[in-house]
Design a binder for this molecule. Structure first.
Ligand code: KIV
Length: 285
C-alpha cells in the first residue's frame, strides 16, 4: 500500500475514484483502520462526545486534540491523517490560528488540519496554507456552531441557505483549502459543489454525490448507544460483541476457569523444595 497524500487524493478525485475517511482517536484502533486500507483518518473534535462523553464538541481543548492526534499520527503508515482544530483555537485571530495549526503539525506528526466555517475563516485558511499546512475546511452543518443553529440540523435547505453553503465552499477553496467536509447538505447541492470545485468534497449526511465519505467510527460500528443519525449506516455491531466478550471474561474469572494452564507460565516456576524453603523463611510475615 502507498501513503495517501494531497497529491494522490487529488488524483483520485480526477480519476473519479471515491475516497474513504473515518474518524479515529487512538493508536490501536487507528492501526487497524490503517491496515484495512482506509484513505484518510480524521481525528475529529467529535471525540468530545465519543471519547469524553460531552453533549457537544465545544469543551474540547487544543491540548486534548494534541494527545489524541499524536496517538493516531504514530499509528498510520498509509492513511492521510487530518486533525480538527477545536472550538476557539482559530476563531479569535489569524495569528492564534497559525500558531495552533503549527502545534498540531509539529506535535502530532500528521498531514493536515481541519477547521469549521466558510467566508468568516478564510483569512485563517490563507495564513495556515501559506505556512505549507494543508487545510480541510468544513461547511454546511458545522457542529461547533450548534448553539447558533439551534441544534444539529440539515443546512442548505431553501434557496438562501443553499447559496450561502455554495458561497462558503467557493470561498474556502479560494483561500487555499484542498479538501472540504460537507455535513448535512442536500444531495443536489452537494453535487453542484463537488462539480464546481477542485477541492475534494467529503460528505457526511451529504449523499454519494461527494468525492468521498466520512463517518464517526463509533456510529458505524454500533458503539454509540441508541441514537443513530439518519445518515449513518451500521457496518458492524462491535458494541454488542464487546459486551458479550466482557460478560464472558467476567464469568470465567469468577468461575476460576480463566486463566487456565494455557495462559500461565508453569515452566518458569521454582522447584517445590525451594518454594517450601521460602514458605518457611517467611512464616512470620
Ligand atoms: O469532528 C468530527 O468528527 C467531524 C466529522 C463529523 C466530519 O467533524
Amino acid at each position: 500500500m502507498k501513503k495517501n497524500t494531497v497529491t494522490t487524493l487529488a488524483q483520485m478525485k480526477q480519476n473519479g475514484e471515491k475516497i474513504s475517511q473515518i474518524t479515529c482517536y487512538d493508536f490501536s484502533t487507528a492501526r487497524i483502520f490503517d491496515e484495512a486500507g482506509i484513505n484518510s483518518i480524521l481525528v475529529g473534535d467529535s471525540l468530545g462526545m465519543t471519547m469524553q462523553g460531552y453533549e457537544d464538541t465545544l469543551p474540547v481543548t487544543m491540548d486534548e486534540m494534541i494527545v489524541y492526534g499524536r496517538s493516531v499520527g504514530r499509528a498510520c503508515k498509509n492513511a492521510f491523517v487530518v486533525v480538527d482544530m477545536p472550538f476557539m483555537s482559530y476563531q479569535v485571530s489569524v495569528e492564534q490560528a497559525v500558531t495552533n495549526a503549527g502545534r498540531i503539525m509539529k506535535e502530532c506528526g500528521v498531514n493536515a488540519v481541519k477547521l469549521e466555517g466558510g467566508k468568516s475563516v478564510c483569512p485563517q485558511i490563507s495564513a495556515i496554507t501559506a505556512c505549507g499546512i494543508p487545510v480541510c475546511a468544513h461547511v454546511g452543518m458545522t457542529p461547533q456552531s450548534v448553539n447558533s443553529f439551534g441544534g444539529f440540523k440539515v443546512q442548505g435547505k431553501g434557496e438562501e441557505n443553499a447559496r450561502r453553503v455554495l458561497e462558503d465552499a467557493l470561498a474556502v477553496e479560494k483561500a487555499g483549502a484542498f479538501m472540504v467536509v460537507l455535513e448535512c447538505v442536500p444531495p443536489k447541492l452537494a453535487a453542484l459543489i463537488t462539480k464546481k470545485t477542485k477541492m475534494i468534497t467529503i460528505g457526511i449526511g451529504a449523499s454519494a454525490e461527494c468525492d468521498g465519505q466520512v463517518l464517526v467510527y463509533q456510529d458505524m460500528m454500533g458503539m454509540s448507544g441508541d441514537f443513530t443519525p439518519k445518515f449513518v449506516k451500521r457496518f458492524a455491531d462491535i458494541g454488542e460483541q464487546m459486551k458479550t466478550a466482557v460478560a464472558e471474561y467476567d464469568r470465567e474469572v469468577k468461575a476460576g476457569t480463566f486463566p487456565s494452564a494455557e495462559h500461565t507460565y508453569p515452566k518458569s516456576d521454582c522447584s517445590d523444595e525451594f518454594l517450601s524453603k521460602l514458605d518457611n523463611e517467611y512464616k512470620e510475615v
